[in-house]
Design a protein around this ligand. Structure first.
Ligand code: UD1
Ligand code: UDP
Length: 374
């Protein structure tokens, strides 16, 4: 009998990073592989499912506007019970550090399935940053049976926490698998959003691409971020700031209120993955608090200012592509303006780096599980 895989995810970044794994498992006929989405995100998840042509076998459809962590955590666990009991997977795959990840790993543990953690071992060692993701990832790491660490650093973190070396595999990050598949497709496909960007944006100006959504930046952090972007747009007239705004109301409100009518700043809806990758390729500078973007930008040779005080992805900081600027407006403005005007420094920061993988992470994960199943 074929071994049964259940791949569970719920948010945009998990979907992007799990899509190539779904494909890789479906290519083999060794497993019966099914996909379950919690739909912790809805529109932003569906954009990814559409692009990668994934039709989930189970869709819990859980997103509520302005949802909170208590309700979401509880409802994911209870809603997974009937699926786990009916399908009885041998292996459950979770990704990274979201509420879906942690809750699904607990539910899978109750079911008796073996838990496979993709993107395991990243740590800041500060439980409040990123919040609640540092704890989500750590809890998942201690519930999981098999750990797919993207880098040597994440492998070492797990080993130092007492995880058995034999159960950890360094695979690279599946985000690079997704990126390498999407860069050529983004250029080739007739993409409505790419057409829209070509019409709406002023490519005679230098593009700064911005994203932001972290909970620890909600409130004053976002006000600071918006004030910094405003100052950059005023002082650098040959720059256009493009910001696809996350759908979280705690992000939408300050961003549209402070930047909605600012010249040289274009606020747009979240972009589907190929259009976002296309735009990142065209950008001169990326300013973000996103985890995934920190991994993609070095592979595209784009300097990144990260609006966080800590990062669980130190590799690109060490490689010199990423600078942590926190949410201090003066620091953000100073670093952005210096980079835009100091070509030597810009050149140094925009060298291509690939600390996060070679595009073969999913192949390695499939082989690892095949070997276990022999
Ligand atoms: C979640 C993850 C975070 C991840 C981020 C990626 C947790 C605790 N946080 O944060 O780790 O980096 O996703 O984006 O798991 N919303 C929509 N439509 C969507 C998506 C979100 O309307 O497609 C709105 C809803 O009002 C929702 C709110 O955003 O309630 C917050 O979503 P939630 O998943 O709870 O938190 P994120 O901040 O998106
Ligand atoms: N992304 C996207 N459209 C956008 C903004 C980001 O497809 O408008 C992609 C981006 O390329 C990256 C991922 O979404 O792969 C990052 O998601 P997010 O910042 O929401 O979450 P994080 O990575 O911080 O968990």
């Amino acid at each position: 009998m074929k071994k049964k895989n259940l791949i569970i995810f719920g948010t945009r970044p998990e979907a992007i990073k799990m899509a190539p794994l779904v494909k890789a498992f479906k290519k083999t006929d060794t497993f019966d592989t099914r996909v379950c989405v919690t739909a912790q995100h809805r529109e932003m998840l569906d954009q990814v499912l559409d692009f990668f042509e994934i039709t989930p076998d189970y869709d819990l459809d859980l997103m509520k506007p302005g949802q909170n962590l208590y309700g979401l955590t509880a409802t994911i666990i209870t809603n997974l019970q009937p699926i786990l009991e009916e399908f009885q997977p041998d292996f459950v795959y979770v990704h990274g550090d979201t509420t879906t990840t942690m809750s699904a790993s607990i539910a899978a543990f109750y079911s008796g399935a073996k838990i496979c953690h993709v993107e395991a071992g990243l740590r800041t060692f500060n439980k409040h940053s990123p919040f609640p993701e540092e704890i989500n990832r750590t809890v998942t790491g201690h519930v999981a049976d098999y750990h797919f660490a993207p880098t040597q650093t994440s492998f070492d973190n797990l080993k130092n926490e007492g995880i058995k070396e034999n159960n950890i595999s360094i695979t690279g990050n599946t985000v690079i698998d997704a990126l390498l598949e999407s860069v050529p497709r983004a250029d080739l496909i007739e993409d409505k959003e790419v057409d829209y960007l070509k019409k709406e944006l002023d490519f005679s100006k230098r593009i700064i691409l911005v994203t932001g959504h972290r909970r620890e930046n909600h409130g004053q952090g976002f006000i600071n971020i918006c004030e910094a972007l405003k100052q950059i747009s005023i002082s650098e007239e040959d720059v256009q700031i493009v910001y696809p705004v996350h759908l979280n109301p705690k992000v939408q409100k300050p961003v549209y209120e402070i930047l909605g009518s600012q010249e040289n700043i274009k606020l747009i809806a979240p972009l589907a993955y190929p259009a976002f990758v296309w735009l990142m390729n065209k950008a001169e500078l990326v300013i973000t608090d996103s985890g995934g973007v920190q991994e993609e930008a070095p592979s595209l040779g784009k300097p990144v200012l990260v609006m966080r005080d800590t990062t669980e992805r130190p590799e690109a900081v060490e490689a010199g592509t990423v600078i942590l600027v926190g949410t201090d407006p003066e620091k953000i403005v100073h670093e952005a303006i210096d980079l835009l005007n100091n070509s030597e420094r810009y050149k140094l920061m925009s060298k291509l780096h690939n600390p996060y993988g070679d595009g073969k992470a999913c192949e390695r994960i499939v082989t690892y599980i095949e070997n276990l199943s022999k």
